[in-house]
Ligand binder design. Sequence first.
Ligand code: TRP
Length: 335
Amino acid sequence: MATQRFLTGITTSGTPHLGNYVGAIRPAIEASRRPDTENYYFLADYHALIKCHDPAVVARSRLEIAATWLALGLDPERCVFYRQSDIPEVMELTWMLTCMTAKGLMNRAHAYKAVVQENEDAGSADPDKGITMGLFSYPVLMAADILIFKATHVPVGRDQIQHLEMTRDIAQRFNHHYGELLVLPEVVVPEEGSTLSGLDGRKMSKSYNNTIPLFETEKKLRKSVMRIVTNSLEPGEPKDTTDNSLFAIWRAFSSPEETAEAAQWFADGIGWGDMKQKLFEKLNGVLAEPRDRYNELMANPDTVEAILQAGAARARAESGPYVEKLRHAVGLVRS
Ligand code: TRP
């Protein structure tokens, strides 16, 4: 069987939080340590331009996210770690795919339709208000990211499943017309229940404003943990672990034994204040070392840049010849 190649992108807008770590970064780093798969991880900075038009935010987020992954233990030798905008072949393929993509397919994209819906709900005269071609054709760019490296498996959140279906549709149409050149990828979605809950008990997400950032200072981390919403049960009253954020976050950072121990504290009626203190100490214990490495990397952007450049060189050794083949297939041939 051919080697499985996993590829995933991280949009560089915003600051990574505990939910990103548990849901995406940690499993990706673990996967990169397995000998039987190839792993491609990239900073989707072209995607960032769709949502964010503040150059300082885009620039900072590119560095923050690269530093986060490295600080948390991603070994750039065990995967191909690069930045989307360092791979010009992504853009070239985007155009070839754009010319093979039915506009009607893009009309059905959830991300685009959601904004149209918001406009309609707001009674706007123009349903396309605020919608750029970047947002509209976002799934084509994503397809190019995946197809340019012949990924076979693409781990993404559930909200991205449709984009993977579109990638397959687009690739199929291309292959049907130009020959079997593109590899159809499979989507890999997280197991049910593997998302982390946030400060208010809902899924930890930037859009709910309920996140705990990964690398804020120890003091701020403590403050965030103290803000986790709890019920009014008093110390001494037994507490339920189901749907409890303190317990869920504890579990995500603990061994099964430690989790069983915490379940016992709950049954014994631990006070919320005490549990928060324990959770803070646990998180701080896990994050202190990576936080130092992160701060070090943030202070030395040249180190990060060199790693990304090396990753781009490895990636382009593949994308370069491949795009040449694709150019040939579509008729962009040198005479
Ligand atoms: N759109 C993805 C997200 O928001 C990020 C992304 C961009 C991506 N290109 C990709 C993920 C290619 C997987 C493969 O989560």
